[in-house]
Design a protein around this ligand. Structure first.
Ligand code: BF8
Length: 621
């Protein structure tokens, strides 16, 4: 019963039972041990920014209505939110920067084992940047493009070229409101400045800057990550694969690729094909090497190479607890710091690879673009050598992986529709499809794993609303069997007929969390075809189980771009009614969208459908 309370997926439940039997601590146990959590922190009214504090404001109107510095509750709540959001934007954008740097090194001939895969996209982006392409080699063009995008991080032009991809009406709103992002790093640095004691004390001003910072992530850093990853590793096209913990192999060396950036994980995928490694695995008694992905780097690998996906954020400990993982390779973001502790209960070796993300108790193999292939080779060897240490008595691998179809990049969706969004627009106008919702984000122990994602997705498709997904939300729906064309049977008649005609699922996997930028481009291109802004489209967003600072940035750039977004987990802003009102209501007057908070996924579907109907009505359809 406890396992069923914790997770929705059958294979997850099976391994949760094993952790309970074996006394192996997991995220759910640590969450229980932390109860009751600090109520001031949950309301966002606690400030720990300076050495006069920590201060907390009495939410019931008692004596402590001001911090020692004089900050009131609105300032404290807005400042904390901006702080969290900036951390998330920084994480995405710094990931993006690394990809662009590798593109540059590859173009200059220094990146070991990398090559330019998508020349078409390279040309398209180069044209956006005004770079000459005629008669030039891909490497020459890529060098100019990489330098152009790298410049966006600190540009003094006061605009980000990638943000020009937004529809004119949306950009006009940003300009009029003063939230047009000026450069990627600048907005984050300015956020840090504003958060310093004695700087920005106006909650409206703080929140507007939060919107601008989030836009520099979605239309800047994250977009750079997606576009340059596509250029280096290929733009995803539809493919099928498998997911859940049953993707682990009984007789092969299991390597879990966990984290976010495809730079190393994709290299491991390429190198694992080398015959010497296969031979070495056989010499150690294994039948080969089984690579599986986890979290967003897993999504990247699934989208481009069809690598099986073992699971999402809450599956990292469970994968190890199968007793069958020889190595878990991580770079950064969403990696439990206690993962070496979990691994120490089994034979699993945890390998950290980023100078930015070291974890004590792990093996550190520094990944650099110039030694990428060698590092990947070394890591795989390490895993193979660990295979004989597997204890068969402690291995339990669930049966029956779930089939998934993934690889729905914006380009692929457009091509599948015949090169224009007209057929989709016609279907929306006719009401065959009512609208579209992007479900994104994480797992959070405040809600049964995957329950929010699956319930919401099922409810929306039933109502003829097309669902697109990224991140752990896509993994949740993959495990639940919603990412296959047969899931059209669960959709309403209109949506089901379109899916059957195109042979696609009603829930489309669009990639990792930085690939939420694909959703932005999708919305932008549809809006451009209609001659409207993103805020006019009958679309919505949801993050039913979010936990991370990155998710705050994503939600905010959705809303700032015009996409009404429902959060299933309350953000830490309920201590300030002014902040709450601005985000849930006031912002509507600017972007024609807002945030809502609704823990019940069925009620979330109602909110999203109502919003879609409101926008349909405004468009006269
Ligand atoms: O970037 S959805 S738990 S893995 S933060 Fe993390 Fe959330 Fe998963 Fe990907 Ni995104």
């Amino acid at each position: 019963i406890e396992a069923e309370r914790r997770a929705s997926d059958r294979t997850d439940q099976e391994i949760i039972r094993k952790t309970l039997d074996e006394g192996v601590q997991t995220v759910w146990d640590r969450f229980a041990l932390q109860q009751p959590q600090c109520g001031f922190g949950q309301l966002g009214v606690c400030c720990n920014n300076c050495a006069m504090g920590p201060c907390r404001i009495d939410p019931f109107g008692g004596k402590t209505s001001l911090g020692v510095c004089g900050a009131n509750v609105d300032t404290i709540v807005a400042r904390n939110l901006l702080d969290d959001l900036s951390v998330g934007a920084a994480a995405h954008s710094d990931h993006g920067r690394e990809v662009v740097q590798v593109l540059l090194e590859t173009a200059e001939g220094h990146g070991q084992g990398y090559q330019i895969k998508d020349v078409e996209k390279l040309h398209r982006l180069a044209t956006e940047y005004g770079i000459q392409t005629d008669g030039r080699s891909p490497n020459d063009i890529a060098k100019d493009l990489a330098l152009g995008i790298l410049e966006e991080f600190g540009t003094i032009k006061n605009r980000i070229q990638l943000a020009e991809l937004a529809p004119d009406k949306t950009k006009d709103i940003w300009r009029k409101t003063g939230i047009m992002p000026r450069s990627i790093d600048r907005e984050i640095v300015e956020a840090m400045h504003r958060i310093h004691m004695g700087v920005d004390a106006d909650y409206v001003n703080l929140l507007l800057h939060a919107m601008r910072t989030s836009l520099s992530d979605g239309w800047g850093g994250s977009m750079a990550a997606t576009e340059c990853s596509d250029i280096l590793f290929g733009t995803p096209t539809p493919l099928t694969s498998i997911t859940n913990l049953a993707t682990l192999s009984r007789d092969k060396v299991n390597i879990v690729l966990h984290g976010h950036n495809p730079l190393l994980s994709q290299m491991i995928v390429n190198v694992a094909e080398e015959p010497d490694l296969k031979k070495m695995a056989e010499e150690k008694g294994a039948k080969g090497i089984n690579l599986v992905g986890m979290c967003c780097t897993g999504n990247e690998l699934l989208m481009r190479s069809g690598i099986p996906l073992a699971g999402s954020f809450f599956d990292q400990e469970l994968a190890i607890a199968t007793g069958a993982v020889e190595a878990m390779v991580v770079d950064y973001q969403c990696i439990y710091h206690s993962i070496p502790l979990t691994a120490s209960c089994y034979h699993t070796k945890v390998i950290t690879t980023s100078t930015k993300g070291k974890i004590s108790g792990t093996i550190y193999k520094e990944f650099r673009p110039e030694n990428a292939r060698d590092t990947a080779h070394e890591i795989i060897k390490l895993a193979i050598e660990n295979f004989p240490n597997r204890n068969p008595d402690r291995v339990r691998i669930p049966e029956r992986p779930m089939k998934v179809m993934a690889g729905f990049s914006e380009e692929t969706i457009r091509k599948a529709l015949g090169g224009t969004y007209k057929p989709l627009i016609d279907a929306i106008v006719a009401g065959t499809i009512k609208g579209c919702v992007g479900i994104v984000g994480c797992n959070n122990p405040r809600i049964k794993q995957d329950y929010g994602h699956i319930t919401l997705a099922k409810e929306l498709i039933k109502r003829n609303i097309l669902v697109v997904e990224t991140g752990c939300s896509a993994i949740a729906c993959g495990k639940a069997g919603l990412l296959v064309p047969e899931a059209a049977d669960l959709a309403g008649e209109g949506l089901a007929s379109v899916c059957r005609l195109l042979g696609i699922p009603p829930v489309l996997h669009m990639g990792s969390c930085v690939d939420c930028s694909r959703i932005l481009v999708l919305a932008a291109n549809i809006a451009k075809e209609l001659g409207v802004g993103i805020g006019d489209l009958p679309i919505g967003g949801a993050a039913p189980e979010w936990y991370s600072q990155k998710a705050i940035s994503i939600g905010t750039y959705f809303v700032s771009s015009g996409v009404y977004t429902v959060l299933g987990i309350p953000p830490k802003i309920f201590g300030s009614s002014n902040v709450l009102n601005l985000l849930a209501d006031g912002v509507k007057g600017i972007t024609n969208s807002a945030f809502a908070v609704e823990p019940d996924p069925l009620k979330t579907a109602d909110l999203l459908e109502a919003e879609i109907n409101r926008k349909r009505k405004a468009l006269n359809i």
